[in-house]
Structures are given as C-alpha cells and as structure tokens.
Design a protein around this ligand. Sequence first.
Ligand code: GDP
Ligand code: CA
Length: 319
Amino acid sequence: MRITVLAGGVGGARFALGLREAAPDADIAIVANVGDDLWLAGVKVCPDLDSLMYALAGVNDTERGWGRASESERVSAELRAYGVGWPWFTLGDLDLGTHLARTALLRDGATLTEATARLSGRWELGATLLPVTDDEVPTHVVTDTGVIHFEEWWVRTRATARAHRFVQHGAERARVSPAALEAIRGADVVLVAPSNPVVSIGTILGIPGVRDAIAAASAPVVGVSPLIGGRAVRGMAATCLEVIGVEPDAVAVAEHYGARSRGGLLDAWLVAEEDASGLDALRRLGIRADARPLLLTPGGPAAQVARDALALALEAPRA
Ligand code: GDP
Ligand code: CA
C-alpha cells in the first residue's frame, strides 16, 4: 500500500512515527512543508524536513522538541561572537552538520529533493521525505512593525508580534516537485497529518499544482485534527488560525479545509474524543468523521491514531 502524508515538522513527525509503526509494510511518502526554510549564516536550514528526518532516524531531542539529541552549541557561540546569524536562533553543532551538507549538495547543483534524499539515505527512516517544492517559498509574516520571516515571528517574538497575514513569498512562481506530485497521484491513501493548518498544511496546499493533484487523485484523503478540545496540543497553531480568521476548533479547521466532494480537501476527518460533539456538523459539511483519542505519544497511542486514520480512509473511498 502506498501512503502519502502531508506534514509539517513536529506534529507531522509524531504522526509519521505512529504511521510507520502501524503500517510497517506500507510505502510511506511524506510531502513536507518548506515554508519555514531559510538561509542563515550561509547555510540552508529546513526546519520541518529536519524535524521529520531526525525523528524518523531516532536522533531527535525528544525533551526540547526540536533539533538533535546530545547536541552542543560551540559553533553557535562563535557565530554570536562574530554577530553573524540570529542570536535567538540556535544552530546546534550536529544540526549545523546537516545544514552544511545540504548547502554543499545544493551548491553542487542538487535540487532540494535530491539533497534531502542524500541526507536521509544515511538512516533507515522507513519513509521517503519529499519537499513539496524545490523552489524557495519562505513564509513571511506581515506585522505591525514590518514584514519578517516566519521563523523570526515564531521563535523571536513567540508569535506575540501582532500578525495581519501570512505571505508565501514566491509561491506563484513555484512548482510542486515531480516526486511530490507522483506521490500524491500514485497514493492509495492520502493522509493530512495533525500539523499546523496554516503555516504547515496551508503552505503545502498553497504550492501551485498541489490542490489540483489531490483533487484528481484516486486515493481517499483523510485528515487528523491538530486541535483537541479547542486548543493546539503543543505550539501556537491557534494564533496562526486567528490570523486567518478561523476558530481554533476541530470542526472549524475541517470546514476551512473543505469537503472534497464540494471542491475542498477532505473525504474524512478524525477528531479527538473531546470533540465528538462536532461529528454531526462535520457530516453536514459532507465530511465523514470519527472521534478517537488523538494525543500522539511515541510507542503506543501514535500508532493507534495512525491505525484509526487508515481505517477511516479505507471505509471512506471516494464517492
Ligand atoms: P511544526 O512545523 O514543528 O510547528 O509542526 P507541525 O506543523 O507538524 O505541527 C504542529 C501542530 O501539531 C501543533 O500546533 C498542534 O496543533 C499539533 N499537535 C502537536 N502534538 C499533537 C498531538 O499530540 N495530537 C494532535 N492531534 N495534534 C498535535
Ligand atoms: Ca514548521
């Protein structure tokens, strides 16, 4: 079975770990957000691809929630002393190894898809990581005091700088990567990970060609809610939803994605048990739905969440 997942970083990685455990024989492709990517201190940083790669490789820092385990920060301290880079955006030494290797590959002419395959090839990930596009489409945030990169808004201001809107810089000229396109077209099931609906899934869907490919795919499309009981489990997804005028609520997010039968994204939507009261509203929107425990913890519940999403997919073939 070919399973294609649309995913951001940490929420996407937690779900991907569960999926790999739930479907060990499946051919899993992860179409990842690249809107968070940036050039910093001369190297190309891809936060979501790296969160996915480190988590699937089992070398991520599970306590801090990002970066490599057993990390040191000697190079970052030197960069800070030179006043290069962002002092509030730490690049760990092991992590910098990834960015240097990626940058070297890109400078040798590799596409981001090729560079990602080379980096991923070091480990047994059990899934193929595919940047949604090989083009650069940084997410910019329009704030009261100017336009800043998403990572500056997220990490430096902790999403407190008042945001008016998000802009996918360069998206109109970007193209979905051939590998991501094929993964969507050839999938038996398409899953939307419980990732940030705006700056992870929204930015994937904003790449020209992605929505059309999903609409035309023969696979059912099933999403997992990133909101439980009206709040994001971790992170500031609710703030991003507020910026685009969507309630931080499982039903509202599904309505925002839309029913596939009515030109939207979803055939089905898995919500948390806490949100079971929204099932009728979801069905009225034309979206099949089920309510299950949705807290993602490695080694148990995450695999069950993936199994539940797959079960919903298989009972919800395209009309
Ligand atoms: P990022 O790119 O690292 O911000 O990560 P993602 O976009 O992939 O996912 C972030 C979102 O995942 C958070 O804002 C939460 O809404 C969601 N999330 C995190 N942990 C869980 C969990 O345990 N269960 C569910 N259902 N959603 C989660
Ligand atoms: Ca991200």
